[in-house]
Design a binder for this molecule. Structure first.
Ligand SMILES: NC(=O)c1ccc[n+]([C@@H]2O[C@H](COP(=O)([O-])OP(=O)(O)OC[C@H]3O[C@@H](n4cnc5c(N)ncnc54)[C@H](OP(=O)(O)O)[C@@H]3O)[C@@H](O)[C@H]2O)c1
Length: 271
């Protein structure tokens, strides 16, 4: 429970909403401690009707009394929003600013605030929507170890969360934040393979998705290296080793690794 913490989410879009819903469902926060904003009046009206907490378009009013401001707008708007908060006196109570904006550094946000604001970054992913997220948190120059704990306690109800130095944030973005998109493509491709060898499409998709869930759980729960787990499936002269050779011919491993590298490079350019 985020003890009496007043939380304001600026940008109640896909991720902002996932974070709000996850925290409420986990009982980590009460609706009375939560406020949120969006950009457009129509979005505010639609979300207000559907939420147990207030949703407005007034960032300054919503943030003025917040203990934690969760910044979930698009990266290109992040510094502008923080500058407006500072100019409107909405940072005077000394909140923790927790930003999930890809590629925007804590130094950029501190500079936009124009004061020694406690800033931390968090990089979540969309599986936070089903409480299976992976989030990495990094402190800025003025954030304390307690601020990191607060940031982790906001993210933990949505899946796993850990802290790393900020220098790793673009790599984290390329791997665990962009990664769900890579895995959806992989699941779809595997299901297509199932269809090619005669399975109904819906069944093939279910088999592929549950198989990926099971394999991921094996890695996380056994702590074994993926290569060791792969060896358990690969009997000599069997069908799996034949398939693995075909995947190596297609350079599957380097294609996936290069995908992460490319996403990290693009993330670094966002800020
Ligand atoms: N999607 C992901 O997988 C993912 C993963 C990790 C991190 N992130 C980060 O999460 C952030 C949000 O991404 P998203 O996918 O949730 O975007 P999104 O669905 O487009 O949501 C953006 C939200 O911000 C609101 N907004 C825009 N300008 C605003 C302003 N000046 N003040 C208050 N609210 C404002 C929008 O309101 P309207 O609806 O009224 O326009 C919308 O609700 C990004 O910075 C991204 O880098 C995303």
């Amino acid at each position: 429970m985020l003890n009496n913490c007043k939380l304001t989410i600026l940008g109640l879009g896909t991720m902002g909403r996932a974070l709000a819903d996850g925290l409420l469902e986990a009982g980590a926060i009460q609706p009375s401690s939560l406020r949120a904003t969006v950009r457009h009046d129509e979005s505010a009206e639609r979300l207000s009707a559907d939420s147990t907490y207030p949703v407005s378009t007034d960032n300054i009013e919503a943030a003025r009394e917040a203990d934690v401001i969760l910044l979930c707008v698009k990266p290109r708007s992040a510094c502008k929003v923080v500058r407006e908060l500072a100019e409107g006196g909405a940072l005077e109570q000394g909140p923790l600013l927790l930003s999930i904006c890809a590629g925007v550094t804590t130094a950029q946000l501190e500079e936009a605030a124009g004061c020694s604001l406690r800033v931390a970054r968090a990089m979540p992913n969309t599986p936070c929507l089903v409480q299976k997220g992976m989030t990495v948190v990094s402190p800025g120059a003025h954030a304390s170890p307690d601020d990191v704990k607060t940031a982790l306690s906001i993210m933990e109800p949505l899946g796993r969360a850990l802290s790393l130095d900020e220098e790793h944030m673009d790599a984290v973005t390329g791997l665990s934040a962009s990664g769900p998109a890579f895995v959806y493509v992989i699941i779809d491709a595997l299901a297509e393979g199932g269809v090619m060898v005669g399975l109904p499409r819906k069944t093939a998709t279910e088999l592929a998705a549950q198989m990926v869930l099971g394999a991921s759980t094996m890695v996380l729960e056994t702590g074994k290296h993926p290569a060791e787990l792969k060896d358990q499936v690969t009997t000599p002269a069997g069908c799996t080793i034949s398939a693995l050779m075909a995947l190596e011919d297609g350079k599957l491993r380097s294609v996936l690794a290069r995908g992460v590298q490319e996403a990290a490079r693009a993330a670094a350019a966002l800020g």
